[in-house]
Design a protein around this ligand. Structure first.
Ligand code: C2E
Ligand code: CA
Ligand code: CA
Length: 577
């Protein structure tokens, strides 16, 4: 009897413990943010715990009811989900999947855990269901930030490179072509500087939106890479035709101005560089680089244009990069030198002054002409420190000659447009003059029309400032640009240099003679001095003297020469007086 009692007590105690455990599990599951489906294979018992009711508005009482869950996810996820729910069919212990519900917004994670007996027969399984919408959204945002450009909503460089690398792999297998277009807005800096960054950003945004709306399709990807630079890739374009037609559509659109929120309307043009896989390169970054290089080529040969990849463009570019590096070394290793070419009064043959001309002695001691390296120095911005060196070297040398020979002379210095545009240019020049105690009226700055073309108003203002300090301004290479005599009237210039191309044909060609004569007489009326450049023959000299051209510079009377040689000419000129 007591044994029976004992067993009863034990059973009651066990029951109580089991009930306690069950309460505990239910409490824990109730507090969890997940839902659980428990299934016992032997008993064919299914139970639902946790916040199942919060997620789904139906009950699960038997295995049949699971079909409601499969119906609640979007079709494309259903197969995966069934695989997770019935993992035992494949002998899995764990499996999981993420599915989007039919509302298109809610994401759920389903995870199964199955236990087996020693004969590998499943005993029970638990499926945990978790709402992962928030995590997915955060991931999406991170992905967005990682792949998209926040200003335009277009892809960013990273994503572009990623897709392009996939495309190139595919193109290799399919023997297809991929065209990469690099699109850059012309003079964007002017918009940004002139109208402010907000207007600049708006412009970029509008242009980006247009590209997206116009060209979005599965064979095209568009990215905003930085500033005003966009990239576009086209899988399997039909020859140049598809790229041309994209370019023409862009140009057509750009005929209309963009209207900004400030109701300002703005017209822009773009330059486009195109490089194709596999012709230009098989490497993604190189291919993008080629497109950018030829885009710069399009910029250099005039704005509002397109340039397709050609091997020589790349070779030139590489050579220029090498030269640019050498220029940097030359500056730090002091391998530049100034030569000086004398200018003489045509009537008296007295020395008027000297023009400083830059020379570069390369590693082998060979002199490299400025015609080769100045354009590269200008492109790379190296002209600014080089130009400062020229000013300092020329003016300090000139100051020594003045001290030694005390002769009235002018030193002419060539100033490139880039140097001239720098806000600190006038200040630096005045400082150098002060440092070497040189009178500003003995210094003549030679500028070309390119200085005037870009920003006439601000250049004019600077010219007036220079003039106020007494510095002379000379217009170089007259006759090679648009050279209209009428605009000369408005310019505060002191000297006009007639370009060598006129002097070359002045004897043989009647019309050149007529033009040269009218230039000289007109310039005289304006109160300016004239200098004829590149005078090589006695005949040219005699003719120029006759038509009253004031000064002569050229190989006939003196080539550009090192400082010690020109010093002899300066010393000589004193004895001639
Ligand atoms: P530029 O200012 O027109 O200089 C005159 C050029 O004509 C010089 O070439 C000179 O050597 C050359 N020349 C002078 N007389 C004759 C002649 O009778 N016959 C021939 N065939 N040529 C003559 P260079 O020294 O090679 O300079 C070329 C250009 O490089 C210059 O043309 C100038 O635009 C630029 N340059 C030279 N030095 C500097 C500099 O310090 N700064 C800047 N920004 N440019 C410079
Ligand atoms: Ca010159
Ligand atoms: Ca010249």
């Amino acid at each position: 009897m007591s044994e029976l009692h004992y067993e009863l007590d034990l059973l009651t105690a066990m029951n109580q413990k089991l009930a306690g455990n069950e309460r505990m599990y239910r409490m824990i599951c109730g507090m969890s943010s997940s839902a659980f489906i428990y299934y016992n294979f032997n008993e064919n018992r299914i139970e639902v715990l946790g916040c199942f009711q919060k997620f789904f508005h139906f009950q699960i009482r038997s295995l049949m009811d699971l079909s409601h869950i499969f119906a609640s996810v979007m079709d494309e996820f259903e197969n995966n989900l069934r695989g997770v729910f019935f993992g035992e069919e494949k002998g899995l212990e764990n499996a999981s999947c993420e599915c989007c519900l039919q509302d298109g917004k809610t994401w759920m994670q389903f995870e199964v855990n199955i236990t087996y007996d020693e004969n590998k027969k499943p005993i029970e399984k638990v499926i945990r269901i978790k709402d992962i919408t928030k995590r997915r959204k955060q991931n999406e945002e991170l992905k967005y930030m990682a792949y998209y450009d926040t200003l335009t909503g277009l892809y960013n460089r990273n994503y572009f490179v990623r897709v392009l690398s996939e495309w190139l792999r595919r193109a290799e297998a399919e023997h297809a072509v991929v065209a990469v277009m690099c699109i850059d807005i012309d003079d964007f800096k002017k918009i940004n500087d002139g109208l402010g960054m907000i207007a600049g950003d708006e412009m970029i945004q509008s242009f980006g939106l247009f590209l997206k709306a116009e060209f979005k399709n599965e064979n095209t990807i568009i990215a905003h890479v930085n500033n005003d630079l966009f990239y576009m890739a086209i899988y399997e374009p039909v020859g140049h035709r598809s790229v041309d037609s994209i370019y023409n559509t862009i140009r057509e659109k750009l005929k209309e101005p963009f209207v900004l929120s400030s109701s300002l309307s703005l017209k822009i043009t773009v330059c486009v560089g195109v490089a194709e896989y596999p012709e230009a390169s098989k490497n993604i970054l190189e291919l993008m680089n080629c497109a950018e290089i030829v885009m710069f080529k399009a910029k250099a040969s005039g704005k509002d244009s397109i340039q397709y990849f050609e091997t020589p463009i790349l070779e030139d570019f590489r050579e220029n990069v090498q030269l640019e590096n050498k220029l940097k070394d030359a500056l730090s290793e002091n391998r530049f030198e100034l030569y000086y070419q004398p200018q003489f009064d045509s009537k008296t043959k007295h020395l008027r002054g000297v023009e400083a001309l830059l020379r570069w002695k390369d590693d082998s001691g060979k002199m490299i002409s400025p015609g080769v390296f100045i354009p590269i120095a200008e492109q790379s911005g190296m002209i600014v420190p080089i130009g400062t060196w020229v000013l300092e070297e020329g003016i300090s040398r000139f100051s020594k000659w003045k001290e030694k020979y005390n002769k009235d002379l002018v030193i002419s210095l060539n100033i490139s447009a880039i140097q001239y545009k720098r806000p600190e240019f006038v200040y630096n020049l005045l400082n150098i003059l002060k440092k070497y105690n040189v009178n500003p009226c003995e210094v003549e700055l030679e500028i070309t029309e390119s200085v005037l073309i870009e920003d006439f108003e601000s250049v004019l203002e600077k010219l007036h400032v220079l003039k106020e300090y007494g510095i002379k301004i000379s217009l170089d290479d007259f006759g090679t640009g648009f050279s209209s005599l009428s605009y000369l009237k408005g310019l505060p210039i002191d000297t006009l240099k007639i370009d060598k191309s006129f002097i070359d044909t002045v004897i043989s060609d009647d019309s050149t003679r007529v033009i040269t004569e009218s230039i000289v007489s007109m310039v005289k009326k304006l109160g300016c001095e004239t200098v004829a450049e590149g005078v090589e023959t006695e005949e040219q000299y005699e003719y120029l003297k006759e038509i009253d051209c004031d000064n002569i510079q050229g190989f006939l009377l003196g080539r550009p020469m090192p400082a010690n040689e020109i010093e002899k000419i300066i010393a000589n000129s004193l004895s001639l007086l």
